[in-house]
Write a protein that binds this ligand. Structure first.
Ligand code: GDD
Ligand code: MG
Length: 372
């Protein structure tokens, strides 16, 4: 028996409008909800029981996975009525763990695609007798992450979440969002209030002299929290640049799900996925993009590095680049969208083009389109 907690309560604000009706972990990546990749990878590493710490759109998780038996897992769901932050969520979920105080518990952020050897992380933690073990990775620009310098033996020296000044950028090693906690350490996190594991729990453990280890691993790693990363992560799975037992088909230039139709002379490449019942008409080009279920891309259009939401329509001879097109949106024929555009769910973009507005507006309030 090996247990884990998966943090899936975030609102996924950077992926709006896709996350207006679907929590980030349930958005489809390479043909299945993103979380399925994580759950199957955990199962393959010998994890048998996972507590999902939910908050935003909580009920949708149980609808999708039930008791987890299809994945060979036992799944439990714990919902925070008010989000408790990462540490509060871990503490809250711990009530459903069954292991003893000295046993290792894996904890995962719900938006990380990685090739890390989960079983080796857990066994290394056990062998070192650590309180917490953190999976670390190296990135070029660490500012959007938790910085984690370590000493020669891998002992964590500090934890600096999202540094704000250049002096704080002391390392390119970042928290990769996968931890092993000794169960008793989780039980000492304060209950019933908001706690950030990054800003509160880790710094306090370091001050108290706890053994916090960092394991730097340079295999594939990506946080899928932004549109560009989400699209790249999906393409990498389709291309086979990172392995997942959950990809529903052979890896290659494109993955076309059952029920989708692709017209003559259409080109699908660079890790594109075409969702079930989606239609790509004759001569359209779809490159490195995620086309969700039931969407339609009409003849002669070119779609690159974009997400096209469920049931959305792209009219003929459009150019769509680095865009996020919300569920059910309708882009009239002939539009050449400026790169980086987000179009709200159900928004109709007329043939004469877009009216660009400066602010960021939630999907539900979008008048027409927002340029970000
Ligand atoms: N249940 C619950 N409740 N889950 C939450 C809550 C909450 O209140 N807040 C966040 N989460 C979940 C999110 O759903 C996500 O899976 C995970 O916790 C991390 O939240 P993000 O919003 O994705 O954080 P981040 O990407 O800015 O930063 C985190 O991940 C980085 C690696 O990608 C931090 O852990 C950084 O230190 C780390 O480098
Ligand atoms: Mg994240």
């Amino acid at each position: 028996m090996s247990e884990a907690i998966l943090l899936v309560g975030g609102k996924g604000t950077r992926l709006r409008p896709l996350t207006s009706h679907t929590p980030k972990p349930l958005l489809e990546v390479a043909g299945v909800p993103f979380l399925t990749h994580q759950l199957r990878r955990a199962a393959a590493a010998g994890v048998t029981r996972i507590v999902l710490a939910t908050s935003y759109l909580a009920e949708l998780f149980e609808d999708e996975y039930g008791d987890g038996s299809e994945l060979g897992l036992r799944l439990e769901y714990v919902t925070e009525t008010e989000p408790l932050g990462t540490g509060g969520a871990i503490r809250n979920a711990a009530g459903r763990l069954t292991c003893g105080p000295d046993e290792p518990v894996l904890v995962f952020n719900g938006d990380i695609l990685s090739g890390v050897d989960i079983a080796a992380l857990r066994e290394g933690h056990r062998a070192a007798g650590a309180d917490v073990t953190l999976h670390l990775t190296r990135v070029e620009d660490p500012r959007a992450f938790g910085l984690v310098p370590t000493d020669d033996e891998g002992r964590v020296l500090a934890f600096l979440e999202k540094p704000e000044t250049p002096e704080q950028i002391v390392t390119d090693q970042i928290n990769a969002g996968c931890y092993v906690f000794t169960r008793a350490v989780i039980d000492r996190i304060p209950a019933g209030r908001v706690v950030s594991v990054e800003r509160e729990t880790f710094p306090e453990l370091l001050v108290s002299g706890a053994l916090v280890r960092g394991v730097v691993d340079d295999t594939y790693w990506r946080d899928l929290g932004t549109p560009a990363a989400f699209i790249e992560g999906s393409a990498d799975l389709v291309l086979g640049a990172v392995d997942s037992p959950a990809v529903p088909g052979d890896t290659g230039e494109a993955l076309v799900l059952p029920g989708a139709s692709v017209g003559q002379g259409a080109v699908l490449c660079a890790g594109t996925v075409i969702g079930s019942d989606a239609v790509v008409e004759d001569g359209a080009v779809v490159e490195a993009s995620v086309v969700l279920a039931g969407a339609r891309i009409a003849t002669g259009s070119v779609v690159r590095n974009s997400v096209v939401g469920r049931g959305a329509r792209i009219g003929g001879h459009c150019t769509v680049d680095s865009a996020v097109i919300g569920d059910g949106a309708d882009v009239a024929a002939g539009n050449e969208l400026p790169p980086g555009l987000r179009i709200g769910c159900g928004v109709r973009l007329p043939a004469e083009g877009i009216r660009v507005s400066a602010g960021r507006t939630p999907c539900s309030e979008l008048p027409r389109a927002v340029h970000v």
